[in-house]
Design a protein around this ligand. Structure first.
Ligand code: SF4
Length: 349
């Protein structure tokens, strides 16, 4: 392993500036940026449109390291969980979810997480460290490589990214923003801003920055409709209480026609009553909102139960009657612990 700067941490503009500073034309930066957004590119020697002496110079100075695929588990429903080994031997997970005409990748932003949500397995790992931009983008490249190797005749594109894997994305703001800039750039990965969702527990100052810095879809991990219940299951609520979070959502600069997604994990006896649903409907009034109800994925290490199907449907009905778009998330990859809130690196040292 080379102990040097990783060129995959650079945005296009930074690469152009890097080459200009060295007295080289900025277009060299554009050429390299293109190479770095393609799967199966691991070395400077593959960048055949760069002069040989430049490739050798860069090889001496920069790394192109990517997270290594350590393990892959495939669920009965086709969901694939990848365990990726980082240079310092930490392990992260990301999940490829098959949809009808495309794939969605659930991306991690940190090793572990500091937010301590009571219903989440990742929380039990504690916080280890932030992921660097190349470690975030590297998850997308590894997923693309796996999908490209598939023999399927009806190949589907990896079209959607959701930052809902391990970690709180906005707690790693600088690296997240760079990774998003790399992933959305039309000269690179070219993901559509409509198809990239960043989920947050509600770090209000960073939410404001995100709205100013880049346009992507926003999801809020809400999980309760009153302050007391939310503080009980999400300690971050004591720092950024529910009324302040809702106010930040109201003032979030949403493009016309877009909605904020509110994630709501249904926990039996905690937040799943008809009264809770009514409170939620009132709380979100006036916000362009979509509610994503997530029946809790039970796990022996977590002290919660999933409500009955009747209870879940009743909860949904209240929201639908109040005029909201309210979906019930189908649990994916439950048999391989790839479902929501179940990512935690069992392979971590
Ligand atoms: S739900 Fe998300 S923010 Fe909360 S502890 Fe788990 S990974 Fe962290």
């Amino acid at each position: 392993m080379k102990d040097c700067r990783n060129l995959r941490d650079y945005t296009l503009e930074e690469l152009e500036a890097l080459f200009s500073e060295r007295g080289l034309p900025a277009y060299r930066g554009r050429q390299i940026f293109k190479w770095l957004t393609r799967p199966f590119v691991y070395s400077f020697s593959q960048m055949t449109d760069l002069p040989k002496h430049l490739r050798e110079e860069l090889f001496g100075e920069f790394s192109l390291a990517l997270p290594e695929l350590k393990d892959e588990e495939i669920s009965a429903d086709g969901t694939r969980k990848l365990a990726l080994l980082l240079e310092d031997k930490e392990i992260i997970e990301c999940v490829i979810i098959p949809e009808e005409d495309h794939y969605t990748l659930c991306v991690s932003s940190q090793v572990g997480c500091a937010m301590r949500c009571a219903f989440c397995l990742t929380a039990r790992m504690g916080f280890r460290r932030n992921l660097r931009p190349h470690e975030i983008v590297g998850q997308v490249l590894r997923a693309k490589e796996i999908l490209a190797k598939e023999n399927s005749v009806n190949k589907k594109p990896l079209r959607n990214l959701v930052f809902m894997g391990m970690g709180e994305p906005l707690a790693n703001y600088g690296n997240l923003l760079k990774a998003l800039q790399i992933l959305l750039h039309p000269k690179g990965f070219n993901f559509s801003k409509r198809r990239v969702t960043v989920s947050t527990v509600g770090l209000i100052p960073q939410m404001k920055r995100l709205g100013e810095d880049i346009t992507v879809k926003l999801a809020i991990s809400l999980h309760a409709a009153d302050n007391e219940t939310r503080s009980r299951i999400m300690p971050i609520n004591k720092r950024y209480p529910l009324p302040d979070l809702i106010e930040a959502c109201r003032s979030y600069p949403l493009p016309k026609g877009w909605r904020i997604t509110f994630e709501y994990v249904l926990l039996a006896g905690i937040n799943d009553t008809v009264e809770d649903a009514q409170k939620l409907a009132i709380l979100l009034r006036g916000i362009p909102a979509k509610v994503n109800l997530i029946p809790f994925n039970e796990h022996p290490l977590l002290p919660f139960k999933c409500p009955s199907e009747t209870q879940i449907l009743r909860f949904q009905e209240v929201l639908l009657a109040a005029g909201y778009v309210a979906t019930i998330r189908k649990s994916r990859g439950r048999d391989i612990s790839a479902a929501c809130g179940q990512l935690a690196s069992r392979l971590a040292a």
